[in-house]
Design a protein around this ligand. Sequence first.
Ligand SMILES: C[S@@+](CC[C@H](N)C(=O)[O-])C[C@H]1O[C@@H](n2cnc3c(N)ncnc32)[C@H](O)[C@@H]1O
Length: 460
Amino acid sequence: MNDTHPGSVVSGPLRAWIRARTGINITEQNQAPVELALRLEAQRHALDPANYLARLLGGVLPPQAFIDAITTNESYFFRAQDQMRVTVTRLIPDLMRRRPGQPARLLSLPCARGEEPYSLAILCEEQRIPPQAVEIDAGDISATCLAAARRGIYGALALRRTDPTTVQRWFSPQDARTYQLEPALLRRVNFHQINLLEDAEAVLGRRFDVIFCENLLIYFDSETAARALAVIGRLLEPDGWLFVDHAEWNIPGERFHMQELDGCVGFRPRGAVVPARADHSRGDIVPGATSVPHGTGRPPGAATPLPSMRQTGTTTPRRLAALAAACPAPASAPLGVDPRLAQAEAHYQAKRFAAALCSFDAVLTSRPADARARLGKARVLADCGEDFEALEVAEALLHATDAGELRLSPPDYVEALVLVALLLHQKGLKDLAQGYLREVQRRAPRHPSLGLLHPPQTPS
Ligand SMILES: C[S@@+](CC[C@H](N)C(=O)[O-])C[C@H]1O[C@@H](n2cnc3c(N)ncnc32)[C@H](O)[C@@H]1O
């Protein structure tokens, strides 16, 4: 696969620049979206990539548009649903009892296009927690994301895990494909442009009771993740809670310890007082939540995250049950095919993209190494115009297969190559697409996509 990157412009200096500006660790596995961003930005400035790069790295061009283009902003409402539920049903009510008159302070960093903090705001509304009792702040490095977050307009993908009643209650249809969030909810979240590694403390200027830092540490190498956690440690109240995605649970033990509350895993600053726990049946306070041994970074029985692979969601039994309820298995499926995968593929064939994505995510939650589900997810994302995310998933899949971490059948491998090639071709990056097409030609000499190969190929 390395020869599919003949004209790669993602050089060492560019990787170093990205790491210095954002913390994101670009490797061979995730360089395709960067490559795409670079070429598109170069086109936008009417420069060739090398020239654009020289100006970007030389500080002649402002960095923000490029940073916005390379960040992966995939998110959706109620993604970290267990942590959100615990925050709204347990942590906020406890704080309201212990600190009457003082608002609970929540931070969603990174917040992408606002899906996470607005989910918290919706849950607060539904629990009848008034705005003066909770302050929700949210931040992201991407200016484009923050502008979208402030508008509060979302499509079906962002709402793929939101039940229709909730959509009906809190969103109004904007057009055939998008929904506008209620203005009252827009007002419940304060958005800030923040680079977690640089200016989070200066911008926010205070501590928080609960911090959601979901799906960011996974993009950092261990040294950068440690720096990020040091910042989060300073932003968190000494008895606060940090929530990260389960693929990020391998947080080093010196600063935080893992704790479970109501079947949900969070992290507490070391030395934190074990929290008082409300016994809702009697309305009084009982001794606290359960600490989880820290050694492996996972509670006993949790799935082992694969190294260098992004995963979706958490694998707590409750979450699996919720996913199972949201995406019921079909009544019958061909023998030997996972019914949930078959269902996902059926949704995809029928162009029910949100349902397909939801089902592929459900498969990946229980079986992160399911290569076919990853390919399915990449296809859905591509069909929905989420090209960067699609490229990220498809390219990581190809690399993980090359490295022997995942198993993809030969025809599916070719389909993943074709998907990457088509995405690049469609974006006008035809030379880059050619490398992938040549690999397709080697493996499947009659593949219809080879019509895009230059010089045109005639099957022999
Ligand atoms: C995959 S999204 C996660 C959003 C949300 N927390 C979730 O779990 O759905 C990752 C986000 O991190 C942001 N990001 C990347 N580097 C960052 C940094 N150094 N500081 C703040 N945000 C950053 C990106 O712009 C992107 O929106």
